[in-house]
Design a protein around this ligand. Structure first.
Ligand SMILES: Cc1cc2nc3c(=O)[nH]c(=O)nc-3n(C[C@H](O)[C@H](O)[C@H](O)COP(=O)(O)O)c2cc1C
Length: 310
């Protein structure tokens, strides 16, 4: 009997459903014991979000200041053959509950010497969040052994409107009947089951070396080159904003509300006015940096650790 620990945080339950589909073939096989740990931030993050709460998590997400978590229920000293970490992306970083878990003594204990498979559910930008997560796994003594990404299929701009509508109203439906339905499609959620089989094979053989290529043949980690440039640029600006806001106080401190409002105004401007300009600039850069970009695509798609060269 193989044993896996599955740690996750999903606010609306979308990622939980994706995870359920990934685990279904393993659970059906009957020879894998699955121990599940759903992280519980204290207090829970509100859903739907208020505009203030949505931006109040920004500085700490970007700078990876952990939130408080309820004590985990799994035994970190138990023997596991692998760990699955299912997370969502907040501001190009792992969500705060996952950041908190990655920095916990339980994560260090349970990841040490073990393969860690990541499952990401996000809108469309996961590359730099995964860099942070891989670094934390390595720091904990674990081995990033495979990565599976499920995301929205909407175009970038209409997707922003859709997800904002979902996050701020709690309604996972088409805004005004015009915008695409937010979130990962039902078909993509269900089709996550196809990644269960390569996982099962790696678990059975104990050979994790070929897992990522096998997952990629099934479309596990598609990398859009333009998004590499997008994310690298946005991440730099995010760091500046995060420092600027945190100088006024920590999470929930009313002293920083003014700066959070400014950041919201920046986000709106960036998304609707600067993004089209950035798209053109990115297309030009993409031509100039073709070789560097290709190297980076390989780095992300193959779930490599170490510095991002390019
Ligand atoms: C505060 C916040 C910030 C987010 N930032 C990103 C992001 O940078 N990139 C991205 O692809 N998705 C982003 N998302 C979408 C989430 O990754 C995720 O798809 C969505 O919150 C649903 O996840 P759930 O399973 O926790 O409900 C963000 C969501 C929230 C709430």
């Amino acid at each position: 009997m193989k044993r896996i620990l599955v740690v996750s945080y999903s606010q609306t339950g979308q990622l939980t459903r994706i995870l359920d589909n990934l685990l279904a073939p393993l659970e059906a096989a009957g020879d894998v014991a699955v121990v599940r740990e759903a992280l519980q931030p204290q207090p829970a993050y509100p859903f739907p979000w208020t505009a203030l709460a949505f931006t109040d998590v920004f500085p700490e997400s970007v700078q990876q200041w952990p939130c408080r978590l309820a004590p985990p229920t799994f035994d970190p000293a138990a023997d596991f053959d692998a760990v699955i970490l299912a997370y969502t992306v907040w501001y190009l970083s792992p969500s705060l509950p996952v950041t908190a878990f990655l920095q916990s003594p339980e994560a260090a204990r349970v990841m040490r010497g073990r393969p860690v498979i990541t499952l990401i559910g996000c809108r469309n930008m996961w590359l730099l969040a995964q860099e942070k997560v891989k670094a934390a796994i390595v720091q904990n003594g674990g081995r990033p052994a495979g990565n599976i990404v499920r995301m929205d299929r909407a175009a970038n701009l209409s997707g922003v409107v859709s997800i904002a509508y979902w996050m701020l109203t709690g309604r996972k439906e088409r805004f005004l009947g015009i915008f695409p339905r937010p979130g990962v499609s039902e078909a993509d959620i269900a089709a996550t089951a196809r990644f269960g089989r390569p996982l099962q094979a790696a678990l059975a053989s104990g050979d994790w070396s070929g897992l990522q290529p096998r997952l990629n043949r099934l479309g596990a980690a598609p990398v859009v080159p333009a998004y590499i440039l997008f994310e690298l640029r946005i991440a730099k600006i995010f760091q500046v904003w995060a420092r600027f806001i945190r100088r006024k106080g920590g999470p929930g401190d009313p002293a920083r509300n003014g700066r959070l409002r400014l950041f919201r105004a920046y986000l709106l401007t960036a998304v609707f006015l600067l993004a089209p300009v950035a798209t053109v600039a990115t297309a030009v850069l993409q031509r100039l940096k073709k070789e560097k970009l290709l190297k980076m695509v390989t780095h992300f798609a193959e779930n490599r650790t170490g510095p991002l060269e390019g």
